[in-house]
Design a protein around this ligand. Structure first.
Ligand code: SF4
Length: 433
């Protein structure tokens, strides 16, 4: 078993419509098909009522068993390999440092976000527990088994952080509390701090407070879209989904007030039609509030309503990734940066030599997310290959090596004097002498 998927949508050199970036007019989700009544609300799974037995690996059965949180949660393939509940290995990574737990129900997520493999419209074709999410399968595991494994030798755990990811479901708020409580009753949050990836649509400020009081360390909101228009088109009325920009900001603001500086953040996906200025303005706003941004590169998730669209061109992604790092960790402000007529970054707000030094450190291009135990700007949540194939990495789940940095500089158009890069050279294995 491996964390690598058969690739169906390799990132191209150009964006949607042959442009050099993913422009708003081109990044239109397709419309969902009608769902047959016999497939709605997890009906297939509930009617068959196959009992769950231990770990469930997606697509192993013709029918997913009847599994529900809080007894069951799903986890990323990388987390399952690291925890030792699934065999496998990860390309160029020993393990993941984040144990991402995703609530699970036969009815699945009741939202319909256009870029997401878990979205409601997929009821027509796949049981919830069999759906792919950020490019990988998510095995379902009994919560108690996870807690016993980590709690059995807390000091030796490879995990620097645990994250409870909520979905849009009537039970999600209560079950998040139950999972958090079960975890903190056994595992010291100082050893493995807990983040919450929230679902604002079903939450109040009181729910945010409760999670903080129960020991959650960081609270994040998956805005995903960088502007209200793109939010509405991809997660709101545009795709018959219940989310609203205003509600997401209400809960993000509550998180700022309740969790405090450096303890809240927002996820943003780059390349869904926003401009580079749009997304970096949002990054600055989050920093000014006292929070952080956690950034993904748009990838056309198989089966999603945006799977016909291209991944974000790498030059667009690298500029935003670098600029976001400068705003989040190097004290540069978006107002110091310069943008061209198409709102692309043309100057990063620091002298060229300083930018080159930051590029060469490589940290700016690692996966962003809540911090682990190494340093503030290195995320525990490395999510291997969640936003790209390993053959064309967007977010590096490891420290980029010399060949990776040559590729990054090439993508940014900032090669060193005399330097050249050949496509794929960092993947070549050197001959043993
Ligand atoms: S709310 Fe989250 S899990 Fe549900 S469809 Fe949207 S992005 Fe996917």
């Amino acid at each position: 078993m491996t964390c690598l998927k058969r690739e169906v949508a390799l990132p191209g050199r150009v964006g949607a419509g042959g442009l050099d970036h993913n422009a708003a007019d081109e990044m239109r989700p397709r419309l969902p098909n009608a769902i047959p009544p016999e497939a709605r609300n997890g009906a297939r799974v509930k009617v068959a009522n196959v009992p769950a037995e231990g770990v469930y690996l997606p697509n192993n059965n013709r029918l997913a068993p009847h599994m529900r949180s809080p007894d069951y949660v799903q986890m990323s393939t990388a987390a399952a390999i690291t925890l030792g509940v699934m065999p496998g290995r990860m390309h160029r990574c020993g393990c993941t440092r984040c144990l991402n737990l995703l609530l699970t129900y036969p009815e699945g997520c009741r939202a319909n976000c256009a870029y997401c493999g878990l979205a409601r419209h997929r009821e027509a074709e796949r049981d919830y527990a069999d759906r792919n999410f950020i490019r990988v399968d998510w095995p379902a595991v009994p919560l108690q088994q996870i807690i016993d494994k980590v709690g059995g030798d807390e000091a030796a755990t490879p995990f620097h952080r645990m994250c409870i990811s909520m979905i849009t479901h009537p039970r999600s708020d209560a079950d998040t509390v139950t999972v958090l409580k079960a975890w903190t009753d056994r595992i010291d949050p100082a050893t493995v701090p807990v983040s919450i990836l929230s679902n604002p649509t079903t939450m109040t400020a009181g729910d945010v407070r409760r999670l903080k009081d129960l020991g959650a360390d960081i609270f994040t909101v998956a805005l995903d879209a960088a502007t209200p228009e793109i939010f509405d088109r991809t997660r709101g009325k545009g795709v018959s989904s219940p989310h609203s920009w205003a509600k997401y900001w209400e809960i993000l603001t509550a998180a700022r007030d309740i969790f405090g500086p450096q303890k809240f953040g927002a996820h943003i996906i780059v390349g869904m039609g926003e401009t580079e200025h749009d997304v970096l303005h949002l990054v600055q706003e989050l920093v000014d509030m006292g929070g952080h941004s956690h950034m993904f590169c748009f990838f056309p998730e198989k089966g999603s309503l945006m799977d016909h669209l291209p991944a974000t061109p790498r030059d667009q992604w690298r500029r935003v990734q670098l600029a976001r790092y400068l705003i989040d960790y190097a004290g540069v402000r978006v107002e110091q940066m310069r943008f061209d007529a198409a709102s692309r970054v043309v100057h990063f707000g620091l002298p060229s030599g300083e930018i080159d030094a930051i590029i060469d450190k490589g940290i700016a291009f690692r996966t962003s997310g809540c911090p682990g135990k190494i340093q503030e700007d290195i995320s525990a949540c490395d999510r291997p290959y969640g936003d790209s194939p390993p053959s064309n990495i967007a977010s590096y789940p490891f420290q980029p090596a010399a060949g990776d940095l040559r590729r990054i500089r090439h993508q940014l158009g900032r090669e060193k004097p005399g330097e050249s890069y050949r496509d794929g050279e960092e993947l070549e294995v050197e001959e043993q002498g």
